[in-house]
Design a protein around this ligand. Structure first.
Ligand code: UD1
Length: 376
């Protein structure tokens, strides 16, 4: 019997793998690596160009050993409609030319939704990796992308039980849902040793292991309102006097500092965006992490580093229930209290959630290969 459990295919599955923005790159990396190691997949990597700066894109390809994309759509920045529309138009042409058996999308960025829409209208089945996550907050652009992508995908690969329940509640048949673990954690476990062996990461930032915090902030809800941003920065500056806070600044946040705050950067330990390995090392050695990112809530849980999420909700509840994550919200007084509490008492210990074991990509590929593809 073939690996697919069905008829032997005479050719591998042509799989268009789509990546567009920074958090996509660590999710496609293990899928591509494992596809290249097997004979039943023929991956074709498409970079939509949603993120294009060296620090937001190229460096990640290098750090993660992702091969040069076969295609780059070069869409760049723009409004949601412009960005989504550009990917939609350009990837449709590519799908027509490449005639893939399936398209594989990850996460919840605009590129994820656009690629999905183009594919389903051409009757190409979509595999959505990291399906089912819901924050319940439809003001978040990602929440719209998640709901729309999941509603038309053929295979929904979920990272945690909440994802499965959300999809069932939306009427998705159980047969489409596969609980496989977390590809982002595959990447973390693939690279942790290398990150730990990097020299000269903490010294230039003037911090020592276990004695600093790391901050990331880029969500529109936090950075687009100048009053909110100013109040948050004031609280963080106060905390920085107690425990140094390293703040690698996302380009969207840098732009907000320029336009909303007249260029008045917060008095924290500032840094440009870091590469994957450098940032992983920075998190692994931190006393705590403050973030509004989704992926970082998951990574800190596996690293066992306390995380304060600077949002009112999370689409990743397992990190609260089983991991090291605490919802601190964005009220500066509450953030200060949570921060000081972690410093005084150590913060949540937590443990890795089920199946966050480094094997999610293998499970996904086994499931896809095992579908009744016919023998073409
Ligand atoms: C996008 C994703 C978000 C993800 C984040 C991670 C959507 C809706 N949002 O948000 O889910 O958490 O990526 O980074 O898809 N910019 C640059 N250089 C770049 C890319 C962006 O300078 O390489 C600047 C531009 O000013 C751009 C702004 O950042 O307008 C926002 O970029 P965009 O891709 O639209 O959204 P992000 O905020 O990065």
């Amino acid at each position: 019997m073939s690996r697919s459990g069905g008829k032997q295919r005479s050719r591998p599955l042509r799989s268009l793998v789509v990546a567009g923005a920074r958090p996509n790159f660590m999710k496609v990396a293990p899928l591509l690596r494992r596809m290249h190691a097997r004979e039943d997949f023929e991956p074709i990597l498409v970079h939509t160009g949603q993120h294009y700066d060296a620090v937001m894109s190229d460096g990640f390809f290098r750090d993660l050993g992702i091969p040069e994309p076969e295609f780059n759509l070069g869409v760049g920045s723009g409004s949601h409609a412009e960005q989504t529309g550009q990917v939609l138009i350009k990837i449709e042409q590519l799908i027509l030319r490449q005639a893939p058996d399936l398209i594989l999308v990850v996460g919840d960025v605009n590129s994820t939704l656009a690629a999905t829409l183009a594919a389903v209208k051409l009757n190409v089945p979509v595999a959505h990796v990291e399906a089912g996550l819901r924050s319940g907050d439809r003001q978040m652009p990602e929440e719209i992308n998640r709901i729309m992508t999941d509603s038309v995908s053929t295979w929904l690969f979920v990272t945690e039980e909440a994802g499965r329940i959300n999809l069932l509640n939306e009427g998705v048949p159980e047969s489409k849902i596969h609980f496989v673990g977390n590809v982002m954690i595959d990447t973390l476990l693939d690279h942790l040793e290398r990150a730990r062996s990097l020299d000269n990461i903490l010294e230039p930032l003037q911090v020592t292991p276990g004695a600093y915090a790391v901050l990331t902030l880029h969500r529109p809800s936090n950075v687009d309102d100048p009053d909110r941003l100013k109040a948050l920065f004031a609280a963080l500056e106060e905390l920085h006097q107690e425990v140094p806070i390293v703040f690698p600044i996302h380009p969207r946040t840098q732009a907000a500092i320029e336009t909303q705050l007249g260029g008045a950067s917060p008095k924290l330990q500032l840094s440009p965006p870091l590469g994957y390995l450098e940032f992983l090392r920075l998190m692994a050695d931190a006393r705590l992490v403050l973030t509004d990112s989704g992926g970082i809530q998951e990574e800190t849980t596996v690293l066992g580093v306390p995380c304060l999420t600077l949002r009112e909700n999370t689409e990743r509840p397992v990190t609260l229930e089983e991991g090291t994550n605490t919802m601190a919200g964005s009220n500066p007084e509450v953030v200060k209290q949570c921060f000081r509490d972690v410093i005084a008492h150590g913060g949540k210990q937590g443990k890795a959630p089920p199946l966050w074991d480094g094997r999610a990509a293998d499970r996904i590929l086994d499931i896809l290969a095992g579908q009744p593809w016919g023998a073409s």
